[in-house]
Design a protein around this ligand. Sequence first.
Ligand code: GTP
Length: 598
Amino acid sequence: NRQKRIRNFSIIAHIDHGKSTLADRILESTSALTKREMRAQMLDAMDLERERGITIKLNAVQLTYKAQDGEEYIFHLIDTPGHVDFSYEVSRSLAACEGALLIVDAAQGIEAQTLANVYLALENDLEIIPVINKIDLPSAEPERVKQEVEDVIGLDASEAVLTSAKSGLGIEDVLEAIVEKVPAPTGDPDAPLKALIFDSLYDPYRGVVTYIRIIDGTVKVGDHIKMMATGKSFEVNEIGVFTPKPVAKDELTVGDVGYLTAAIKNVSDTRVGDTITSAAHPTAEPLPGYRRMNPMVFCGLYPIDSNDYNDLREALERLELNDSSLQYEAETSEALGFGFRCGFLGLLHMEIIQERIEREFGIDLITTAPSVIYKVEMANGETIEIDNPSKMPEGKMIENVEEPYVKASVMTPNDYVGAVMELCQNKRGEFIDMVYLDENRVNVIYHIPLSEIVYDFFDHLKSNTKGYASLDYELIGYKPSKLVKMDILLNGEKIDALSIIVHRDFAYPRGKAIVEKLKELIPRQQFEVPIQAALGQKIVARSTIKALRKNVLAKCYGGDISRKRKLLEKQKEGKKRMKTVGKVDVPQEAFMAVLRLD
Ligand code: GTP
């Protein structure tokens, strides 16, 4: 019976513990292809795609493995995104599996994302196989790490597989462990169709391609299907599996992992986590755990050249096709003109999108400092949500402001506990708990405002612990805070794009730090530019950018021509990232100044 020979699994790990390398080794020993050949094939596929092929992502590959028991097994290796911003998507990818390989670096031991991923795997009832990797390293301590896996995670590590993904040692043991330990899928092939969408992408020729795992029933080409969360119905055009080449099939049945297309125009009709069922004979209950992803971090995106506005809109439309968690709406700033307010899952997501707009669409952007969503209870009883600091109402109209908090868990060597706690304290954190992982490593838990994490927490954490600490966090809800809006004035003019929300107790030092930073970042102009930070009408900090000395180029006249050219080029470079606000030229970095305070 085929179902008994299916094994669906993911690989989970803290960053750099060797996930990609191990996946490579598994691919090499179970398919005829190495990853490099797979890449070449993907490129071919992309060429093909121009004619009629299907776009593929390497995140659900079907492999065959002839085990020592003589049977041939069907493996589906399902990839998971590696970052905390995408933890819901990680969770849905895991929900498509019965097991997970948990890779732990034999020299480093358990890190914050190791634990975070383990929790997600446990929530999804996965069989977890510990794999202690990099045992070839001189500093490897597999026995200590095994002990840590037992003590901290509570898994039986006696049968942990020891590997060197680099040299290929232990890979056979990993494959055998998958066969032995990962349970076969248990669904009912005769029940109504129930399939989990764990990823999707937009293909210009076929519409949305959904990546699915069949839990119950069977799906065939021509079937009428329904998305249970969105209620939309479609007719199936094509189904298949990735080997990693897309291979069309007539049907997918219980335990199978593959793709499905149905002339779906809009990725938001195929939300990750949604359940696909039969339109005619729907299953009674959707799969549990579906949740809509809401953006947590917002910023303004403005074209430097206002002629690029329509191109920017098109770029956002295109990116949204592939990313239903990206949100945007038109917004106008007095300082920056026409642009968009965009919502992201987190900072990494934000950086990826900005980068893609600049690289793939060639639009130079001014981005404003990221903000979270504040809940503001107004004196008139109304509650509003603010995702743009400049929209915060006047203090006297406000009854109460709440901000999102996260539970942050920082794993650090003992020596840096003091530094970590000091940082958390400075970021308005509330100490919750401290757990020793072993005699040398500690998990420190704080509740911290998300806005502080969004600013520069991670950079400080890394520099204060020489890179040894790791961070994971999750949203825990809203708490009231004494928050106020601080406006920044340049040359006496309020610049809406520079407004920020600050805690009242930190307003003065922060105001001072910001005006000093802006003084550093904004180049001298032909005239003197005062910079002020204000709470309402009250100026709380001030500095001044001195006027430019007469003619920088004067010195070069008669001198070295190439030096002069260099200077001009430098000024041009600088210009590219400048926005003229009022009469003042303000560089991109200035809008991010609040993130760069020391
Ligand atoms: P991300 O993809 O960035 O999340 O990292 P990853 O977990 O996939 O790790 P990756 O496979 O990229 O490996 C990280 C580094 O560790 C690379 O430089 C690998 O060459 C190295 N590495 C992986 N496995 C081993 C191993 O068994 N031994 C040694 N010495 N190095 C290894």
